[in-house]
Design a binder for this molecule. Structure first.
Ligand SMILES: Cc1cc2nc3c(=O)[nH]c(=O)nc-3n(C[C@H](O)[C@H](O)[C@H](O)COP(=O)(O)O)c2cc1C
Length: 324
């Protein structure tokens, strides 16, 4: 039995396909379910992208838009088209899949976010995942203020959304323990640790700005493992591991540290949907080998609160030089 409960949702497997290219059309969503995924998080609707596309469209149609009123209604029409497309995917996914379907929103401003999310819940989304990513590049804004914005965002979302609400965050906060526990107190049901953000790079031949690899490698899971290990015993919210989870072995590590589930993207992009089936089989055979009959028998048994040397989760330095 590899079922788990995440945000009150019953998942038949702890492996969730995370928001991205694999969750933006019904064919892939169906493949995810058939391969044994416990849930899917739809590709995020990005307010930033909509605004960019809409203003390009408004500019492209400038000859028809002589009045500013016309421009505004054209822009809102274009925006609605994106939302309608998203709701169509969500409705179709709800009709075709029996596993939970979580909608995901990335927005810069709270008002539009709430508006989208409320519509997705009405459309049948089993939960909402907030994709939150501040770039704290304004030197006049303190770390405390960056955190306050996150909390106010989470509070407004919590007040507006009835039902399972999760937030996927990055790990660059000065006190992650405090951030995670405040999100928990606000009543966020699931905290996904951690998103993997766009990585800038430079091409030294063309002397141009470029992007780093969009996909993770299999050694990138350590920060998620650490923070789940440290915090799973401290909060009511369900913690979910994300980034660098490429095989069943790493899924088991996440569960042992206290994760209720994991989200995977790169592994499935690179190895196909069968990687989900392999992860599930690995968990089952590992459980059999260790005498566990349910995930709840071992979720969190190696978290900081459950082991005698739990301080090790906090270690930051290698105490001995490699090779000595
Ligand atoms: C091409 C691509 C597109 C993505 N799009 C989204 C997105 O729309 N929303 C989101 O929350 N995460 C998005 N992600 C991030 C993934 O959901 C995931 O958090 C990240 O890739 C780390 O997990 P992984 O190591 O399993 O890939 C995207 C990732 C990739 C590679």
């Amino acid at each position: 039995m590899i079922s788990t409960e995440y945000m009150g949702l019953e998942l038949k497997s702890p492996v969730i396909v995370s928001s991205g290219p694999l969750t933006q059309n019904i064919v892939s969503l169906k493949k995810a379910e058939d391969a044994g995924a416990g849930a899917v998080v739809l590709k995020s609707i990005f307010e930033e992208q909509i605004e960019k596309d809409v203003s390009a469209e408004v500019e492209g149609n400038a000859q028809y838009l002589e009045h500013s009123d016309a421009e505004e209604s054209f822009a809102s029409f274009s925006r609605d088209r994106y939302i309608d497309r998203y709701m169509k995917l969500l409705t179709e996914a709800k009709k075709s899949l029996s596993i939970p379907v979580i909608a995901s929103v990335s927005a810069k401003t709270m008002d539009s976010w709430i508006d989208y999310a409320e519509r997705f819940v009405k459309c049948g989304a089993d939960g909402i995942e907030l994709n939150y990513y501040p770039i704290s590049s304004d030197a006049s804004v303190s770390g405390a203020d960056v955190d306050k914005r996150l909390f106010s965002f989470a509070e407004k979302a919590r007040a507006a959304i009835d039902g399972p609400l999760s937030i996927k965050i990055g790990y660059k906060y000065s006190s992650l323990a405090s951030v995670i526990s405040i999100l928990d107190k606000i009543g966020i049901n699931g905290i996904v640790l951690f998103n993997r953000f766009f990585r800038p790079d430079i091409d030294i031949d063309s002397l141009s700005f470029t992007s780093g690899s969009p996909v993770s490698d299999e050694n990138e899971y350590a920060e998620a493992l650490r923070w789940i290990g440290l915090m799973s015993g401290e909060v009511k919210a369900d913690l979910v591991g994300n980034t660098g989870i490429h095989d069943g072995k790493t899924v088991v590590k996440m569960l042992l540290s206290g994760a209720k589930a994991v989200e995977v993207c790169t592994a499935v992009i690179q190895k196909g949907f069968s990687r989900i089936t392999e992860m599930n089989s690995f968990i089952e055979s590992w459980m059999e080998k260790h005498g566990y009959s349910a995930l709840s028998d071992f979720i969190g048994i190696l978290s900081q609160e459950h082991i005698a040397d739990g301080w090790k989760w906090e270690r930051t330095q290698f105490l001995k030089t490699i090779g000595q």
